[in-house]
Design a protein around this ligand. Structure first.
Ligand code: HEC
Length: 125
């Protein structure tokens, strides 16, 4: 009986370990090679991960397309080409969202990560 119980225990632990490995982890992590980078450099990486899907180059990006319509060429449609963005403005849009842009919660992008993205997008000021 003890051997059977021990066997069940081992099988249970093994299943827990396997289940753990299979679980998908969606946490955004800083680039492992980025420990010596400035906030703006980390922000550039985070922008590619969290924002470029909508704000990258191309007509199939809803953020870029919307800003093209909004500004009619008076300001660049791509956020990375803007020179008028302030950290405060970027942070407000990221935390509150607008139209089809979702608000990003602190569990999705930490304050540090938003600050890094804001530093990147306002770097030319
Ligand atoms: C699901 C698509 C989507 C994602 C992801 C997204 N955005 Fe947006 N964003 C939009 C859209 C669409 C607009 C324009 C809304 C409008 O018509 O005014 C916008 C607008 C903005 C604006 C306002 C610009 C202006 O001049 O009005 C900022 C700043 C911004 N986004 C920053 C970001 C940042 C930083 C990220 C990443 C953390 C991000 N967005 C992720 C879709 C997205």
């Amino acid at each position: 009986v003890q051997i059977v119980l021990a066997g069940i225990l081992v099988a249970g632990i093994a299943r827990l370990v396997v289940a753990d490995e299979l679980a998908v982890d969606w946490t955004l992590r800083p680039n492992p090679q980025s420990s010596s980078e400035t906030p703006a450099e980390r922000g550039k990486y985070l922008f590619q991960v969290a924002c470029a899907i909508c704000h990258g180059a191309g007509t199939d990006r809803p953020g870029t397309s919307s800003l093209q319509i909004k500004y009619q060429g008076k300001l660049p449609a791509q956020l990375e080409q803007r020179t008028d963005l302030t950290p405060e403005l970027v942070t407000a849009f990221v935390r509150n969202g607008i139209a089809m842009m979702p608000p990003f919660r602190k569990t999705e992008l930490s304050d540090d990560q938003v600050a890094a993205i804001a530093a990147y997008l306002s770097r030319r000021r």
